[in-house]
Design a protein around this ligand. Structure first.
Ligand code: UDP
Length: 444
């Protein structure tokens, strides 16, 4: 009994970015509901609010990140510093947790907090990883870049992978990578290849063929436990303050008439892109809800760079806010389309509400997600050039034209498939049971 009790403690190691904090806390909530007690170790930067989650123990790790590391656009450099700075304090913290609980069933870390795998190995504890993006990224950043052209082509011989047009991105990955990118990719690969389980916030039907490749090429079992936000719908962890007035504004709009625009928590645009986006939205003559984060446009505070005459021209047809309760927005009957940067969370959230997308990826996995949305699932259209005429035409194609209606139909089909995943015998429910069994077995 004593042993059983002790073996149900989990330590989760969080990456301090919005698109990673949310799924990690959702996973924590789900595992807690399965009877595990949870300690969450998180860097000081972007600390979650412990009072929002009284059921977990939170421990902050000194991250020694400098102002320039936090404000640079160098994502790989940020990951590299974060892992280097956090490794030693993380190990000390884990030693303390181990001493006070006597046992840790598993250490579950965000794949980009890869330093945790080596520490888990050192402590002889099962290390498991949560990938907060698609399963395909597990191949895309690890196995694929190492293959020669012939081997690569043979590995992507499947309709889904061919439709993804991975060749286009492979050269992007290998073109002039910085030292930080090379190091981060190697550490990411190492973690993926040596972990004892991979949890992905995805659904089997979304990336079926890629998943079967991942399962062949990666030694650890893969558990697709998505959509996490539907399994843990009440988890609240926004780093920004949600502005609820957009919901009352949506309540006054016609069904499927509104284009919702958000570029997530990190992507930024310059002043000219803001102006082009603004006039493209205005000229579409459709109602729109637009998230402009403080600091999203160069060094501006908020919307002071919007062009003269724009506010007057759109009037009540526009609602501009700093942050929305996005899942509620996407589920609202008034929303007809989502102009998105295609972060993985936003993409999955849009699918779960059957909303077609206009895709403007900025960096990282957003480009791959866009390819899934436009070429495989066919529920969206890519916006290449951020120019007002182009924006207006593309918005109308998604929102008004037959083409957009077809996308919505397909998105609604995916929404239904997502519901099936969550049913008792659905793939997500089965994977969740398998994962909890594996944790329990590996910890006895
Ligand atoms: N989000 C939100 N309100 C907003 C914009 C975004 O709640 O106004 C949430 C969104 O629901 C998603 C997350 O922020 O869960 C963004 O994650 P994603 O992976 O899409 O992009 P990232 O921010 O990591 O680039």
């Amino acid at each position: 009994m004593e042993k059983q009790q002790k073996s149900r403690h989990l330590v989760l190691v969080m990456l301090p970015l919005q698109g990673h904090i949310t799924p990690m806390l959702q996973l924590a909530t789900i595992l807690h509901s399965k009877g595990f007690s949870i300690t969450i170790l998180h860097p000081e930067f972007n600390s979650p609010n412990p009072s929002d989650h009284p059921e977990f123990t939170f421990v902050s790790i000194p991250d020694k990140l400098t102002k320039s590391q936090l404000s640079d656009n160098d994502v790989a450099g940020f990951m590299q510093s974060l892992n280097k700075n956090c490794a030693a304090p993380l190990q000390q913290c884990l030693n303390k947790v181990l001493a006070s609980y006597g046992h840790i069933a598993a250490i579950i870390y965000d794949t980009l907090m890869f330093c945790a795998q080596a520490i888990a190995d050192h402590l002889r504890l099962p290390g498991m990883t949560l990938r907060t993006s698609s399963a395909t990224t597990l191949l895309f950043y690890t196995v694929f870049p190492e293959l020669d052209e012939k081997d690569f082509i043979s590995k992507i011989e499947s309709p889904e992978l061919e439709a993804l047009q991975l060749q286009r991105f492979r050269s992007l990955l290998s073109h002039n990578p910085t030292e930080a990118m090379v190091e981060v990719r190697a550490a990411f690969t190492n973690a993926v290849m040596s972990t004892s389980a991979i949890i992905v916030n995805s659904m089997e039907f979304l990336e079926q063929e890629a998943l079967s490749k991942v399962k062949k090429l990666v030694p650890a079992p893969i558990f697709t436990i998505g959509p996490l936000h539907k399994l843990a719908p009440t988890v609240c962890c926004s780093l920004f303050t949600e502005d609820d007035k957009c919901i009352s504004w949506l309540n006054n709009q016609a069904p499927e008439s509104v284009i919702y625009v958000s570029f997530g928590s990190m992507a930024g645009i310059d002043k000219q892109e803001l102006i082009e986006a603004a006039w493209g939205l205005a000229n579409s003559e459709l109602p729109f809800l637009w998230v402009v984060r403080p600091g999203m446009v160069g060094s501006s505070e908020w919307i002071e760079l919007l062009p003269n005459g724009f506010r007057e021209s759109v009037g009540q047809r526009a609602c501009i806010v700093q942050w929305t309760p996005q899942k509620q927005v996407l589920a609202h009957a008034a929303v007809g389309g989502f102009w998105s940067h295609c972060g993985w969370n936003s993409s999955v959230e849009s699918i779960c509400e059957g909303v077609p997308m206009l895709c403007k990826p900025f960096f990282g996995d957003q480009v791959l997600n866009t390819s899934y949305i436009c070429n495989v699932w066919k529920i969206g259209l890519e916006l290449h050039e951020l120019e007002r005429g182009n924006v207006e035409r593309r918005i109308k194609r998604v929102m008004v034209d037959m083409e957009g209606k077809e996308m919505r139909k397909r998105a609604m089909e995916l929404k239904k498939d997502a519901v099936v995943c969550l049913m008792k015998e659905g793939s997500t429910s089965c994977c969740l049971n398998d994962l909890t069994n594996q944790i329990s077995l590996s910890s006895v």
